[in-house]
Design a binder for this molecule. Structure first.
Ligand SMILES: Nc1nc2c(c(=O)[nH]1)N[C@H]1C(S)=C(S)[C@@H](COP(=O)(O)OP(=O)(O)OC[C@H]3O[C@@H](n4cnc5c(=O)[nH]c(N)nc54)[C@H](O)[C@@H]3O)O[C@H]1N2
Ligand SMILES: Nc1nc2c(c(=O)[nH]1)N[C@H]1C(S)=C(S)[C@@H](COP(=O)(O)OP(=O)(O)OC[C@H]3O[C@@H](n4cnc5c(=O)[nH]c(N)nc54)[C@H](O)[C@@H]3O)O[C@H]1N2
Ligand code: SF4
Ligand SMILES: [Mo]
Length: 887
């Protein structure tokens, strides 16, 4: 860091919906390692490993720096005019329904507000949808059906106050680490607190579970219907609450009873033991203070809306809502998934929690002075891309999302873009799968370079503040949208000078003719000065006359937002997912601890690449054996839509018949791992949310004659071999590779991509065993190792040599071995923060460290962000089991 003065900026993490506050020390160009904001009510100073690696992700590498038209650089003025001319031409020729926007829960509220207003008020159709369709749409439906509005009832404190936390379809240990750690800390303080995890997989979240129900995928509806019937039978209902504050109970109970004929029948449907089922039912029945957290295992389902309501039903029936430590809690994924819902980012919303009811439309029309307010809901994501593919959408603007990876049937989406006359993409990065398919690329300012607000899972609005200049000509999304609006003739209605102006309008719309009638009300934040906006402290909506400092819990007053103010039970007839026709395994997809979605940001941080360095498929050992698949072998996972190639991991954490594949690896980071292309378009009938957790696939070994790795100083891009997966190291890049035929020949071809220098080589053609190391002017430039089988997992020593200005004579001899002779092998990195490897941990366990705490005291592992504690505990447990067996 140079000696320019450092300033501290408080901002919000751009990753998950926990919405942690982050302190940044920066001199305007460089940023010191970040820390958590001590006073932020989401995290009180803590950050998970992704948050605490943020400073590693800020390089300009891969950034879009200038607008481009069909790959050629163009001026902003020309590009924006081209966009507005095209919109105007499509409007004149085909009407507003031929235009669409597709946004994301990673846009700031201000960006999102402008996009939605332009589309729904001024272009005139509601074809603005968002990736929240893939994420929160079913939760929105269930909230609206039950509460009359899209409201998350509780707050994070409820997780700590609860006596029972039920996590359903949520791997919070990896996906919402700081919220999870708040539960861990509460349970440590009050060991009587219970945790139940409901997930077909055994995940890191199960680490603190008193009960884990590894239910049949998609069967949650039966579980919660069974629970409702059980509560009634055992006289555990809150009759007063049901009578005074709800409606529809009798039909709902009747439907639940019809669905669960007996406990044995339910246990069979759920594919768990009757005892396990009963232990959950009795625990729930006897624990007043219960929070049920649910996430994508519920939402990403063909019956996700009904499952959400099945969960809410049991909370209404027991009056466990609006009380400290008791609520149903749909936890949001993206940093601004909640903010997107506030501005109306989904195609079936209008704005500020108003819909397409005539009175809402009329109110929004008047407020915006909108000449062409959309008359009806627009197309939801899957239908929207189907329409693009039919050629019905002539102009499409994608912002802040990577649908060629994240949508189901992703190859069909790729194909769809070829049928659209103009595809515009605003993104920070130029090398995404979607960028490769768009005509116009707009360089977006990224986290740290722009200002605005986001709303987290507990309805808390926090500021994102800039601390860096945007590189090149990158601009915030709200600015691009506003400029296009001006060119379309709406300068007056889009006369924003800054995000503060937009936020003020957003608050005023929420307050407009509200008078406490609508849940989403920011009247208390209207009219802020620029300085007030800059200083805005995190606050939970609503902020109005009744709740001037925000509201922690809704429904504590028993008042809901339905016509008569009562909560609505929703009668559910649970269904199991359709029988899979496309393969004999069920592919479940989701997240890993250290990567974020399509890796455009986490892919830049060496620390984050170490936890899991390759795309993988986790499969039960018996299912693997039946298919001839061995641990660490490459596998092909396929169905009629295509095939992907991944590393096999065998684990009893998987149910028989299930295979888990992470969603993160794209064409940028792997030869063939874009799992979305295998997924069909089955979706929930009410929310339109796709069933991303259930896909029929087959799996078989992927034949390769050799495997290996490359370490190199410069990015080598996509490689020409059967399999590769890449990522960053401290000194450059790594590739995992595999191929067919003669490895030597392949190596000599690929070496031509590298600079001239001195090669040190070893070759044993019989086993395709080759080691080629390249030095340029005495510095290590590349190491290319191949072998018949996978090898070379220990490589930190070699990676460290990239930092050496000159390779010493003794190190030179060690290069081909891949490590110095006297160097201990630490094994795969478990603790990313302190770089502690598995072998070191196992050694310490053998020497008597018998708990995560003891290991932390000895090796420091798990003592910073804590994200790896579940894995450390698993190692301790593995050792204990091994000792038992050998005893
Ligand atoms: N590290 C990391 N964290 C993230 C993200 C990220 O990319 N990386 N993304 C963020 C976003 S946008 C989101 S939406 C959240 C998602 O957060 P989560 O929903 O917690 O994450 P997922 O891994 O998608 O899925 C959760 C679990 O659902 C389980 N599941 C699958 N089918 C079923 C089922 O039928 N029933 C039940 N009960 N469970 C099932 C899966 O096995 C999985 O463990 O994470 C956020 N946080
Ligand atoms: N199979 C399967 N598919 C899934 C899921 C799953 O569990 N399984 N999960 C689904 C869920 S819950 C989600 S949320 C989605 C996520 O999927 P996507 O939204 O497609 O994934 P991201 O990688 O987050 O894409 C965000 C893009 O926006 C860019 N970006 C970041 N900040 C900005 C900004 O300020 N402005 C602009 N213009 N661009 C920006 C990034 O560079 C990146 O390219 O995936 C969904 N798809
Ligand atoms: S828990 Fe979520 S918001 Fe908090 S630091 Fe980690 S990724 Fe960021
Ligand atoms: Mo999400």
């Amino acid at each position: 860091m140079n000696n320019k003065a450092l300033t501290t900026t408080q901002t919000t993490c751009p990753y998950c919906g926990v919405g942690c506050g982050v302190d940044i020390n920066s001199d305007g160009s460089q940023v010191e390692p970040v820390s958590g904001t001590a006073a932020h009510p989401a995290n009180f100073g803590r950050l998970c490993v992704k948050g605490s690696s943020l400073h590693e992700t800020l390089s300009e590498e891969g950034r879009l720096l200038h607008p481009t038209l069909n790959g050629k650089r163009a001026s902003w003025d020309k590009t924006l005019s081209l966009i507005s001319d095209k919109i105007q031409q499509v409007l004149n020729t085909h009407g507003p329904e031929a235009i669409a926007f597709y946004g994301a829960g990673q846009m700031l509220t201000e960006d999102y507000y402008v996009a939605n207003k332009l589309m729904k008020g001024f272009i005139g159709s509601a074809n603005m949808d968002t990736n929240s369709r893939l994420c929160m749409a079913s939760a929105v439906v269930s909230h609206k059906r039950a509460f009359g509005a899209d409201i998350v009832a509780g707050c994070y404190e409820d997780l700590e106050l609860a006596d029972l936390v039920v996590l359903v379809g949520s791997n919070a240990a990896w996906a919402h680490p700081i919220a999870y750690q708040r539960i861990v800390a509460a349970k440590q303080q009050r060991p009587d607190m219970k945790v139940v995890v409901i997930d077909p997989r055994r995940t890191a979240t199960c680490d603190i579970a008193d009960i884990h129900l590894a239910i049949r995928p998609g069967s949650d509806g039966f579980l919660f219907a069974t629970l409702l019937a059980y509560l009634e039978e055992n006289d555990k209902l809150d009759q007063n609450f049901i009578v005074a504050n709800t409606q529809g109970f009798d039909e709902t109970l009747a439907a639940a009873r019809a669905a669960c004929i007996s406990l044995d029948h339910s246990a069979e449907l759920l594919d768990i033991s009757r005892d396990a089922l009963l232990s959950f039912l009795t625990l729930f029945a006897s624990t007043e203070k219960t929070v049920t957290v649910y996430s994508q295992g519920i939402n990403q389902s063909a019956t996700g809306s009904d499952k959400g309501n099945a969960i809410i039903n049991v909370h209404l029936a027991t009056g466990r809502i609006g009380k400290p430590g008791a609520c149903p809690f749909s936890i949001t994924g993206q940093p601004n998934a909640m903010g997107g819902r506030e501005v109306g980012g989904l195609a079936n919303q209008l704005a500020a929690h108003m819909d397409f009811a005539p009175s809402d439309r009329e109110r929004v029309r008047r407020f915006w002075g909108a000449p062409a307010l959309a008359e009806r809901p627009g197309m939801k994501a899957v239908e929207l891309f189907q329409a693009v593919r039919r050629g019905d959408i002539k102009f499409l603007w994608i912002m802040s999302t990577n649908p060629l990876v994240s949508m189901p049937d992703a190859d069909a989406v790729k194909d769809a873009l070829k049928h659209c006359e103009l595809v515009v993409l605003s993104d920070c990065m130029g090398n995404t799968d979607t960028a490769a398919a768009a005509h116009v690329l707009l360089p977006a300012a990224s986290w740290g370079e722009k200002n605005g607000t986001v709303t987290n899972s507990e309805r808390r609005i926090s500021r994102q503040r800039s601390f860096l200049q945007a590189p090149g000509e990158a601009m915030p999304d709200w600015w691009m949208l506003t400029q296009v609006a001006h060119r379309l003739g709406f300068a007056e209605q889009f006369d924003y000078q800054s995000p503060a102006d937009i936020f003020d309008e957003h608050c005023r719309l929420s307050a407009f003719e509200n008078n406490g009638k609508r849940d989403f009300d920011l009247s208390g934040l209207t009219g802020m000065s620029l300085a007030d906006y800059d200083a805005l402290a995190p606050v939970q909506w609503p902020v109005n006359a009744s709740y001037p400092a925000g509201r922690a819990r809704f429904f504590d007053d028993g008042r809901f937002f339905t016509a008569n103010g009562k909560a609505q039970f929703v009668a559910i007839s649970p269904e199991l997912p359709e029988q899979r026709q496309e393969g004999d395994l069920n592919m479940n997809t989701g997240r890993v601890r250290d990567h974020w979605h399509t890796m455009t940001r986490t892919g830049k941080a060496p620390r984050l690449a170490q936890h899991i360095s390759e795309p993988y498929a986790e499969i039960h050992p018996l299912d693997a054996a039946a298919r001839g698949i061995a641990e660490d072998q490459l596998v092909s996972v396929s169905n009629s839509r295509g095939a992907i190639t991944l590393r096999a991991r065998l684990s009893e954490n998987q149910r028989r018949g299930d295979i888990f594949v992470p969603m993160h690896w794209t064409s940028r980071y792997a030869s063939n791992a874009r799992m979305g292309k295998l997924i069909n378009e089955t979706r929930d009938p009410y929310s339109g949310q796709p069933e991303l957790k259930i896909t029929g696939v087959n799996a078989e070994p992927f034949a390769a004659d050799w495997q290996g790795m490359i370490l190199c100083r410069d990015d080598m891009g996509a490689l020409d071999c059967e399999y590769w997966a890449s990522g960053v190291t401290q000194g450059g890049f790594y590739y995992e590779i595999a191929g067919r035929g003669d490895a030597a020949q392949w190596l000599s071809t690929v070496s031509q991509q590298l600079p001239q220098g001195d090669w040190i080589t070893f070759s044993d053609a019989n086993s395709n065993h080759h080691r080629h190391v390249l030095l340029v002017n005495g510095r290590l430039e590349a190491a290319l190792f191949t072998h018949k089988e996978q090898r070379f997992t220990t490589r930190q020593w070699l990676i460290d040599r990239f930092a050496d200005e000159q390779i010493s004579a003794s190190d030179r001899r060690a290069l081909l071995a891949g490590r110095a002779a006297d160097l201990p092998d630490t094994g795969a990195i478990v603790c990313s923060c302190y770089q502690v490897g598995e072998k070191d941990i196992m050694k310490a366990i053998e020497n008597g460290c018998d708990s995560a705490e003891a290991l932390g005291a000895k090796l420091k592992c798990g003592t910073n962000c804590g994200s790896c504690v579940p894995e450390i505990k698993a190692l301790v447990a593995t050792h204990a089991v091994a000792m038992e067996i050998s005893a």
